[in-house]
Design a protein around this ligand. Structure first.
Ligand code: SF4
Ligand code: SF4
Length: 304
């Protein structure tokens, strides 16, 4: 069983399904959404975050790096990421904490123990545990299935937050343990999907139809981005798709885009293509919400 890397364990989450939840964020995603606010989730391996603004130019990381990835010049450090192995030696010597490794491997036992710590909150709030990412459904499925099975046998509600881009067999394996799938729809046009997300959407929509036919509880989540999909046409296309395919939806969440992840791109020395991405205004969001409600999706909310 290959241990996936977890990059965040979010306690007391109220945006990842019903009640108070513990959310585990797994590293690695088959998509590359241009608006992704967790760029550290996209790649599967451990990565180094470099908070440039904290660097005082002491040069300790230059001496510590076995790969000679860091070069000091003009009082600041430049880093050659192509040779970085994420060994962490520079993290240990950086006193201003300008460096941090993202991602840690846990055994199933360790993760289950983390989940158990908040059992009292699940019971009091009707919450549970959410697996998110990155993408859960492309991790080692022996590992994920065993984790879900443990949670299920403890009596916890298990939610899976997914982009839907994974073999359907993976969904079938987890379905017996899962209370609700939080299922993203980002774009309906395959070409636009490819442009903004990196793949077309055929597998995603097929999996959604199959999950619904197999009786899964589905909470549809729509990241709503001005400049990408915040249009009445797109929302109507989603509504038509859900109705035409008789998708059994328990809730719809319209998630307004925000750019709070922007600084993380700089910390990973990646470019953030935000010129075309804009935050939708409240009036727009309410219009979209009304469209869903008027088409029978009465449990439609703005936000998570
Ligand atoms: S050890 Fe930290 S503070 Fe010192 S040069 Fe390297 S990144 Fe900057
Ligand atoms: S994580 Fe390791 S290889 Fe990468 S820059 Fe730091 S010391 Fe060098």
């Amino acid at each position: 069983m290959k241990q996936p890397y977890v990059f965040n364990i979010q306690k007391y989450s109220i945006h990842d399904g019903q009640g108070i939840r513990t959310t585990f964020f797994f590293k690695g995603c088959p998509l590359s959404c241009q608006w992704c606010h967790n760029p550290e989730s996209q790649r599967g391996g451990i990565e180094l975050m470099f908070y440039h603004e904290r660097c005082v130019g002491c040069g300790s990381c230059v001496l510590a790096c076995p790969q000679h990835a860091n070069v000091l010049g003009d009082g600041r450090v430049n880093m050659n990421r192509s040779v970085c192995t994420a060994c962490g030696s520079c993290v240990d010597v950086c006193l201003p904490n300008a460096r941090e490794l993202v991602g840690r491997a846990y055994t199933v036992d360790e993760l289950a123990r983390e989940a158990e710590k908040d059992q009292m909150f699940y019971e009091e709030s009707g919450g549970g545990v959410t697996l998110s990412g990155g993408e859960v459904m492309v991790q080692d499925m022996d590992y994920i299935e065993e984790f879900c099975r443990r949670l299920y046998r403890k009596g916890y509600s298990v939610n899976i937050d997914t982009c839907g881009y994974a073999p359907y067999e993976n969904f079938q394996r987890l379905a017996p343990y899962v209370d609700t799938f939080l299922y993203d729809i980002k774009l309906m046009d395959p070409e636009e999907h490819k442009r903004f997300v990196g793949t077309d959407n055929q597998l995603i929509l097929e999996n959604l139809i199959r999950l619904s036919a197999d009786g899964a509880r589905l909470n549809i989540r729509i990241p709503t981005v001005n400049g990408v999909n915040a249009t009445e046409k797109f929302m109507q296309d989603v509504i038509d798709f859900l109705l035409d395919n008789h998708i059994r939806v328990t809730a719809v969440n319209l998630l307004p885009y925000h750019n709070t992840g922007k600084s993380k791109y700089a910390n990973l020395d990646r470019t953030y293509a935000d010129e075309m991405l804009r935050v939708p205004d409240q009036e727009q969001m309410e219009r979209f919400q009304t469209m869903f409600i008027n088409n029978g999706f009465v449990n439609t909310k703005i936000g998570g």
